[in-house]
Design a protein around this ligand. Structure first.
Ligand SMILES: Nc1nc2c(ncn2[C@@H]2O[C@H](COP(=O)(O)OP(=O)(O)OP(=O)(O)O)[C@@H](O)[C@H]2O)c(=O)[nH]1
Ligand SMILES: [Mg+2]
Length: 236
C-alpha cells in the first residue's frame, strides 16, 4: 500500500521541522510531500536540510492559495500511484499521532474527516470569536449543501486516491475553507462513504495565520453555488 502525507506550507519556518520530526516519530517510513509557495521565510530551505529519502519537496513560484496547493499535491500523488493520501496543516493544529488511525479508517471508508465537532467541541486555544465563526460556518455550509458532516471545513483528512479521481479534484474551484467544503460536497454527491474521526484541534502557537476576510467571504458566497448544484441535481 503506497501512502502519502501532504503538507502545504506558507511561512511555516517556525513549525515545519517539528511537524516533520513528529511525523517521523509516528512512522519513519511514511512518504511526505511538502508543497511550499516560495515562502519568504525560507521554509523550503529548512525542508531541504531535513532531507530524508521519503521526503519530497515541491516549490511553486508564488503564493497561490491552499486549494490549488492541495490540487497540485493530489495530482502529484495520483501520478505516482499513491493509494491513500492524508492532507494536514503544517502549523501543528493537526496532531500527527492521528495519522495511523486516519489511514486505517480508509479500509472501510472513501474519505475520513478529522473532526473537531462530532459529539462535542474539541478545540484548544481558539478565541471564542473564532470558535463561533467556525461553528457557524459549519452549520451554514451543512444546511445549504445538505452534507451531513459536523466539521465540513476541517483540513485534516484521509483520502482514497480513487475518491479523488471520482470527484475530478482538478476541477475544484475554491480556496481556503471553501475548498474543504467543496471537496466534501463532491464526495457526498458521488455516494461515497464519508466518516468523521474525532480529533483535538489546537490553534497554532507560532507563525502567522493566513486566514483572511477574503477566505471568509468566499465561503459565505460560494457555498450557495453548491446549494444550487444540489437543487438542480448537477453531478460534479
Ligand atoms: N502552499 C501553500 N500553503 C498554504 C497557503 N495558505 C495556507 N497554507 C498552509 O496551509 C495550512 C493552513 O493554513 P493556516 O494559516 O494555518 O490557516 P488556518 O489553519 O485556516 O488558520 P490559522 O490556524 O488561524 O492560522 C498551513 O500549513 C499553511 O502554511 C498557500 O497559499 N499555499
Ligand atoms: Mg492553522
Amino acid at each position: 500500500m503506497k501512502r502519502l502525507v501532504i503538507l502545504p506550507t506558507y511561512n511555516e519556518s517556525k513549525n515545519i521541522i517539528s511537524v516533520l520530526s513528529a511525523i517521523d516519530e509516528v512512522d519513519k517510513s511514511i512518504d511526505i510531500l511538502v508543497i511550499d509557495d516560495n515562502s519568504p521565510d525560507k521554509t523550503s530551505q529548512l525542508v531541504k536540510e531535513f532531507a530524508k529519502e521519503n521526503l519530497f519537496l515541491e516549490v511553486r513560484n508564488k503564493k497561490m492559495g491552499l486549494g490549488t496547493a492541495y490540487i497540485f499535491g493530489f495530482e502529484w500523488a495520483i501520478a505516482r500511484n499513491y493509494q491513500q493520501i492524508i492532507q494536514m496543516d503544517s502549523d501543528f493544529s493537526h496532531d500527527p499521532k492521528e495519522i495511523p488511525s486516519m489511514f486505517n479508517l480508509l479500509d472501510e471508508n472513501d474519505l475520513v474527516i478529522g473532526s473537531r465537532y462530532n459529539g462535542g467541541l474539541r478545540v484548544i486555544n481558539w478565541p471564542i470569536r473564532r470558535l463561533y465563526l467556525s461553528y457557524f460556518a459549519n452549520f451554514y455550509a451543512r444546511v445549504i449543501t445538505g452534507v451531513p458532516i459536523s466539521d465540513l471545513t476541517a483540513g485534516y483528512r484521509a483520502w482514497r486516491a480513487e475518491t479523488l479521481k471520482k470527484i475530478n479534484i482538478q476541477e475544484c474551484l475554491s480556496q481556503g475553507y471553501c475548498f474543504q467544503i467543496e471537496t466534501a460536497f463532491r464526495t457526498y454527491q458521488k455516494n461515497c462513504k464519508l466518516v468523521e474521526h474525532p480529533i483535538v484541534f489546537t490553534d497554532r502557537t507560532v507563525g502567522e495565520s493566513k486566514m483572511s476576510k477574503k477566505i471568509v467571504l468566499e465561503t459565505i458566497f460560494k457555498v450557495w453555488l453548491f446549494g444550487i448544484w444540489r437543487i438542480l441535481g448537477t453531478k460534479k
